[in-house]
Design a protein around this ligand. Structure first.
Ligand code: AMP
Length: 184
């Protein structure tokens, strides 16, 4: 069987200094999304170890939805939204958390997940892990089993992937970037 060549995702990610605030190195996924083959390859690679193992994908508001929705379609499973406050109707569960730049909160609708679900959480970037850990807590409250957390980009030096692992959740990312090591 031919071995599939791994795409060099680094070349589809734009590094933007001092955005959205001074001192923040922003990793922009727009070039990856704008290239149909690269976007599709990212979804294939995210889907690789998940086929047949999950009942739902949980995506993070907002850029996480871009990958989570496509991944759910590719795997033939449902999509669950983890949204910023005030966006979801009906009864919700809320967790507040700190961001690399600012603070926020995430919500999930009551009853959208149950103990019978096995879920992969998906976001574009893992930075400090605050967003990820808030999502993990929401899913744990729902009773669903978490298979893994996956992201397109991990910034390991910000400690997020280590935090997720410390919470007992497996982490997978397509590309690891560093802010000062010249990798990007
Ligand atoms: P964190 O909670 O610190 O792990 O931040 C992760 C979330 O914030 C993801 O949903 C990203 O979309 C966004 N984010 C944080 N830092 C960056 C960054 N340096 N570049 C791009 N997106 C980021």
């Amino acid at each position: 069987m031919p071995v599939k060549e791994q795409l060099q995702y680094e070349s589809y990610i734009q590094e933007v200094p001092d955005f959205p605030k001074p001192g923040i190195q922003f990793y922009d996924i727009a070039p990856l999304l704008a290239d149909g083959a690269a976007y599709s390859s990212a979804i294939d690679d995210l889907a690789e170890s998940l086929d047949g193992k999950i009942t739902k994908v949980a995506g993070f508001d907002a850029r996480g939805f871009i990958f989570a929705g496509a991944l759910a379609l590719r795997l033939g499973v449902g999509l669950v939204m983890l949204r910023k406050p005030g966006k979801l109707p009906g009864a919700t569960e809320t967790v507040s958390y700190d961001l690399e730049y600012g603070s926020s909160a995430l919500e999930i609708q009551h009853g959208i997940l149950s103990e019978t679900d096995t879920v992969a959480l998906v976001d574009d970037v893992i930075a400090t892990g605050g967003t990820a850990c808030a999502g993990i807590e929401l899913l744990q409250r729902s009773g669903a089993r978490i298979l893994e957390f996956c992201a397109v980009i991990d910034i390991p030096e910000l400690g997020g992937s280590a935090r997720i692992q410390q919470a007992g959740i497996a982490v997978r990312s397509l590309v690891q970037v560093g802010r000062h090591d010249g990798k990007m």
